[in-house]
Design a protein around this ligand. Sequence first.
Ligand code: ADP
Length: 637
Amino acid sequence: MLMTTQSKHKFEAEVSQVLDLVINSLYSNNDIFLRELLSNASDAIDKLRFAALTDTKIDSSDPQIGIAIDKDSRKIIISDSGIGMSQEEMINNLGTIAKSGTKEFMNALKASKQEGFDPKLIGQFGVGFYSAFIVAHKVTVISRKAGSDKFTLWTSEAKGEYETETLSATQIDEYKVADLKQGCKIILELKTEEEYNEYLEEWKIRSIVKEYSNFIEYPIKLRTKDSENEDENEDKYIWETINSQKALWAKNKSEISPEEYKEFYKHISRDFNEPCDWIHYSAEGTNEFTALLYLPAKAPFDMFMPEDKKGLNLYINRVFITNEAELLLPQYLRFVKGLVDSSDLPLNVSRELLQANPKVTNIKKNLVKKILSKLSEMMSQEKEKYISFYKEFAKVLKEGVHLDFANKDKILELLMFESTQTESGSLTSLDDYISRAGESKFIYYITGSARKELENSPYLESLKSKGVEVLFLTDAIDEWVVMSGATYKEKEFKSAAKGELETDDKTKEQIKQKETEHKDLLETLTKQLEANIKEIKFSDRLTETLCCLVADEHAMSANLERLYKNANQNIPIQKRILELNPNHPVIAKLEEIFKANSNDTKIQDYAELIYGQALLLEGSQIPDLSRFTKLISSLML
Ligand code: ADP
């Protein structure tokens, strides 16, 4: 408990960093300060209404948000009838970075330092309350927590510190807050530079509210001169509602224009881009709800930051309940924005209990089904649009293949890859692959970091010569998608670099013959390389190259091994099979040398050279490079 009522505090270090950035006008868009403060006000009213569901002493009637401009003193005053904050809450909420929005901002910033991220993008980010300092040199917050009769004052000029105090009766009069039942009043003292003057103009405030806050559910009222009152000396003001407060989703689909949908998307997602598409529907029967879901067009750069992101908004009969991530959608659909309004969930259910509520589970199932079928429809009917969406979100969608077993095939159906038969940059679906593949039981793939590196891979030599199409899987997560045993429409995913390829009986017989022919040579080579490889054998995988390393059907590929190593993960070393091309002239030559002198150390050197080449071809490193190069040089001599 805080004993003193008046106190000076230092901002948490991270807050000071955020403030520095805000103040040094990193922002490309100053207007967002108002969006942020209005959305905080709206959240505070949401919280009040939620609290009123269980606490009858709380009066949540007549919710509203006010904006008043005082040109003479260069002030903008934003008030709300929300839940308010106690002194302790103010210290916690406004003096530290406890909140996700700001944390994301900090993470984005850290990421930006690592990878040349455009700082202008940060202008699209809300840093919540701290955005006030974009336009104000001093910010004062007066708050009365719902149910309390204390008023707390918080002031800061952002210079590393802030002050809080409990207001005395005289101060309550001075600040004209006596009639504030509960909520906050935020006073911004505008910076003196000319560029901020426009925020003292009504038209500017109206236009920002229209653009960013039109759909806030509570009336946003602007204090404006009463034009009917002609008495110039007597300032008469009226409060005019300047936002539409439409619950767009509750309207009939046919009455909503695409522009309205797009505008609402920007409101709900805080994305500056237009959405790729949307789904608006009502479910009836056992579970009644309306959903308005948006597929964004651009991936946010923080899509893979392990923060608990906000999920879909859940309303129960228009009362906002929660936007907890993963309550209504699985993680792999976290890019979907929007809301669900249910009419048959119990209003007084706690947020914790919602997760276990079977109705919520059903809604979730239904939403997933709808989204996947929307994507499938887009894929078949609006291919280009789908592909541009897919390129943004494929990495996330792919997580679903193993996380949502029930929908595995539906998700696989949505995946697209490059292949030996697509042009660079264009993609094919698995269905199209299958339709071209004829009788084959397999969907062939090869994994690596880029198409360019895979295109000329020796692992594809015989498949190419037989005209077999091979998918290029170049996302790290792809390895996981096609993990051993994975199938799609009864076709098994098969790596071109693992296990045995399909070989006809005649070729098998030829290989067997070659193995008998070179039995002793193969045994000697095996002995030399025993420590590194599992076995040596002839195969028809290669047609031009001498050798390659192949993993067992269910073992980890070299690509996956590298991914683990890059992530600093320790993995057990798995020996691979060294496959030789029996028709390569080097084999005949080796046999000659071997026959002439089977104890020659030359055979040992050649074994090392063969193994080294195979390592290089799979993209691995040669353990003793200097020895390897010496061997090559001596061979050249
Ligand atoms: P965020 O909105 O992302 O949580 P902010 O920096 O905007 O972060 O706000 C921090 C916290 O301060 C909010 O989570 C809320 O608890 C509190 N807060 C901000 N504005 C208000 C307000 N008008 N009324 C009540 N609480 C508020």
